[in-house]
Design a protein around this ligand. Structure first.
Ligand SMILES: [Zn+2]
Length: 331
């Protein structure tokens, strides 16, 4: 299987985790942002999490540099269109980009300005690079619930104009879903589609809660349904799609080694799995690498890849017209 030429769909990609290291340096120089080094290799070290990271918390430390340079309209537009370019280069036909608007208001941008800048960058990318995109807004679950309401309310006007979904992300505690029921319910009423990071770091029960309490249609990661029969059954019976990110799962110690990753077992059992990068820079990866890793480890066939591709299109938050067009890329 020639992975390079395969059409690809990405549903789980964080903007701040996917910024080019060189762009961090160029933006810092342009804006007079002080960095401890301007050496590309050293910057990469600060942005790329090692494969033997301690845990998710250590992995999340790699987001501090991106945060410094993503505080203006111009820079948000730039890094978003660059991400579209990077994805298009590896034959990604459609990408859902996610980010937490509140992390980009440190220098005075409003939440609305942050969102509209990312949309602008995405549209530029669509025009220039033959790729389609949509946006998922992340609520940080380590912030209080009021902040989640703020994202839901302020993002509302962008629904149908680039924004399609809402997500909860950051470190995962047991039972986190309960506190966020109200804002996610409101989001659903407004027309946001729902995907939730859950079951990433050992707690399969969070996947059950994300579906039952929050109405999640998709789950970010979901690795640990493997240890929670109840969550596994719900995901399987309700056709919930898992956005799986193999390299990221190794780095955060969710899975010890690729051969132990549950993605192929899930696929064989009819669970709707998709393959994603999570963070192109922090995980030092791209979608081609993720597909190759899984393909080599489990010897997946072209037909199995086609299933993954179709899973991704069907579970995407794209319009029905766009989905039909995306289906046509895969023979
Ligand atoms: Zn993620």
């Amino acid at each position: 299987m020639n992975v390079n030429s395969l059409p690809k769909i990405e549903l789980h990609c964080h903007l701040d985790g996917s910024i080019r290291p060189l762009s961090v340096i160029e933006i810092a120089k342009k804006d007079g942002i002080e960095l401890s080094t301007y050496d590309l290799d050293k910057i990469k070290e600060k942005m790329i999490a090692p494969i033997n990271c301690k845990d998710l918390s250590e992995y999340l430390t790699r987001f501090s540099l991106p945060g410094l340079v993503m505080q203006s309209k111009e820079n948000l537009i730039r890094v978003t269109s660059e991400l579209m370019e990077d994805a298009a280069k590896e034959n990604v036909k459609y990408i859902e980009i996610r980010f937490a608007p509140q992390l980009h208001t440190q220098k005075g941008l409003t939440i609305e300005e942050v969102i509209s800048s990312v949309i602008t960058g995405m549209k530029i990318g669509e025009k220039k690079f033959q790729i389609y995109g949509n946006i998922i807004l992340c609520c940080m679950r380590n912030f209080d619930v009021e902040k989640a309401f703020e994202v839901v309310e302020k993002g509302k006007e962008f629904l149908g104009r680039g924004v399609v979904g809402i997500d909860l992300c950051a470190n995962e505690n047991r039972g986190f879903c309960e506190a966020f029921q109200e804002p996610i319910k409101l989001a659903k009423e407004y027309g946001y589609r729902i995907t939730i990071h859950a079951g990433e770091t050992g707690i399969g029960e969070n996947v059950r809660d994300a579906v039952k309490l929050l109405g999640a249609e998709r789950i970010g990661h979901g690795v640990f349904i493997k240890d929670c029969p109840e969550a596994y059954d719900i995901v399987k019976k309700q056709g919930i799609t898992l956005e799986m990110c193999p390299t990221s799962n190794i780095q955060t110690k969710a899975v010890k080694k690729f051969s132990e990753h549950p993605v192929y077992g899930f696929l064989k059992d009819g669970i709707k799995v998709t393959l994603n990068t999570d963070n192109r820079t922090v995980s030092n990866t791209n979608l081609e690498k993720e597909i190759s890793l899984v393909s080599k480890e489990f010897h997946i066939t072209y037909e199995e890849y086609r299933t993954i591709y179709y899973n991704s299109v069907k579970a995407s938050f794209a319009s029905e017209t766009l989905k039909k067009n995306l289906m046509k890329f895969m023979k």
